[in-house]
Write a protein that binds this ligand. Structure first.
Ligand code: AMP
Ligand code: ZN
Length: 481
């Protein structure tokens, strides 16, 4: 079974073949955040989907090297520093930590390396110098350096635009216009304005332009001028990725990335997130309202190439859906009397078939929506088999196999039990243990014919939304719908 996914460069679903002749190592560079504020749910979509795809590529057996940069010097950071009355470094440090913490809460694993722009300034200066030497870049009188877009033949190949179309839509900054040879040219090095952070360079004091860091870090940290995968949200295709390609390929003469992977945008109740609408939804606020499992489930519920809308209904649905596999697992384990062995599914032919269907979905352009449908097939079957076991049928090994498969799928999609535990700070498990204890006390009360007490336990639990079910094989609890 081969992995295929859409390469923005060709617009087609292509079979994935890594550069490594042994077909083992895969290199992936994902554009990370600009750390000037907390991340919002749109950023989170891109980071969560990226993490899910990463889990899948690793499951396929590839040895993945995954780098995601942190842009820690930028106009927006400088502006925020002025607003908060602290230095740009302090702003960057504060929001880098916040970024790492917020994605962790959503079950996103850190990259192998999170290089920061300010840590590779000498490398970027050397990069620019080589572009100047090759006549692809020039310094202007103020000490800025510009990439000469028309010196690079393939400009526009990723976003499929031609230069003349681009010129029409462009906003012209008259200050910059005086310095550039061509309106299309973009900054590799920005001369420092008073009060801004700066580094010394042969052309004068300044700081790198945004696009440059990704070209430089990709080559440096993945140790190759060509990598396998480069990714980000669709909003980065133009100009960011187009500019990355121009400066990288002008320098190396080789393709910069073999596969370009782009996530579609998340909208809020039908609107784009924007300053003018004031509809930014930040992760820390959302986590007060929804648990992390619900949020992550929602974020992977649509295919990554289709837009996703944040609505109350979609979130309610995600909550309900994620509860289904949480409850199904718990009930299965209660009947089994223990957690299943992680590999139990491997000895079952029907589970192997389900795993194949899941793999087909993920190998077909990382179709998480279809993969979730297979996961829910497992849920339905698990519940049926569990009821059979409760009726006394000898199907415990099948139940264990399916339960282990459910756990595998949850781990692959990152909606894992681990995330469930993080989401509740471990309280979910503790609540389960406390409920088991209350059930035991109630049973003792009933044995002692203290029915007032046993009824009180049942009624009071009902009043907080926990229903007790007395069955032939014991009492079970569940959350009321
Ligand atoms: P930024 O810090 O704005 O550069 O964004 C970090 C990542 O989030 C980039 O890969 C963006 O493409 C992505 N991103 C920004 N806004 C959205 C959105 N509304 N939906 C999905 N991804 C987004
Ligand atoms: Zn980038």
């Amino acid at each position: 079974m081969t992995l295929r996914f859409t390469n923005t460069m060709t617009g087609k679903k292509e079979e994935f073949r890594p550069l490594d002749p042994a077909g083992k190592t895969v290199t992936w560079y994902a554009c990370g955040p600009t750390v000037y504020g907390p991340i919002h749910i749109g950023n989170a979509r891109t980071f969560v989907v990226t993490d899910t795809i990463r889990r899948w590529i690793e499951y396929l057996g590839y040895d993945l090297r995954f780098v995601q940069n942190i842009t820690d010097v930028d106009d927006k950071i400088i502006r925020r520093a002025a607003e908060e009355g602290i230095s740009s470094e302090e702003v960057a440090e504060k929001y880098t930590e916040m970024f790492l913490e917020h994605v962790r809460l959503l079950g996103v694993r850190p990259a192998d390396t999170h290089p920061r722009c300010t840590h590779v300034i000498p490398e970027m200066i050397a990069f620019i110098q080589k572009l100047i030497d090759k006549n692809h870049a020039y310094a202007s009188e103020d000490g800025s350096v510009w990439f000469a877009v028309r010196s690079f033949n393939g400009y526009g190949k990723l976003s499929r635009r031609n230069l003349d179309d681009m010129r029409q839509g462009e906003r012209v900054d008259p200050e910059q216009q005086k310095l550039k040879r061509d309106a299309m040219d973009f900054a590799l090095w920005k001369a420092a304005k008073p009060g801004e952070p700066f580094w010394e360079a042969p052309w004068g004091r300044g700081r790198p332009g945004w696009h440059l860091e990704c070209s430089c870090m990709s080559m440096q940290f993945l140790e190759n001028e060509t990598i396998d995968i480069h990714s980000g949200g669709v909003d980065l295709i133009f100009p960011h990725h187009e500019n990355e390609i121009a400066q990288s390929e002008a320098l190396s003469g080789k393709p910069f990335a073999r596969y370009w992977l782009h996530q579609a945008m998340l909208n809020i109740r039908g609107d784009k997130m924007s300053k003018s609408l004031g509809n930014f939804l930040y992760i820390d606020k959302l986590l007060e309202q929804f648990d992390a499992l619900t949020l992550r489930h929602f974020l992977i519920s649509a295919h990554y190439r289709t837009e996703l809308d944040f609505t109350d209904d979609n979130l309610a649905l995600a909550r309900k859906s994620s509860r289904r596999y949480v409850d199904t697992w718990r009930e299965a384990v209660a009947v089994l009397g223990q957690k299943p062995d992680a590999n139990a599914w491997k000895s079952s032919a029907s589970c192997a078939e389900l795993e194949k269907r899941f793999a087909e979905a993920m190998n077909d352009d990382f179709n998480t929506a279809r993969a979730l449908a297979v996961l829910f097939d497992v849920v339905t079957r698990l519940n049926t088999i569990r009821m059979d076991v409760e009726r006394g049928e000898d199907k415990k090994s099948q139940l264990a196999a399916l339960a282990s498969l459910l756990d595998l799928f949850r781990n692959l999609l990152g909606v894992s039990r681990e995330l469930e535990a993080t989401a509740s700070g471990g309280m979910e498990e503790l609540s389960g243990q406390l409920l088991d204890l209350l059930i035991e006390v109630r049973n003792d009360a009933r044995k002692l014919k203290q029915f007032a007490l046993s009824d009180k336990i049942r009624d009071q639990l009902a009043s907080v939304g926990i229903v007790l079910e007395d069955r032939p094989d014991g009492t079970r609890w569940k959350k009321a719908d």
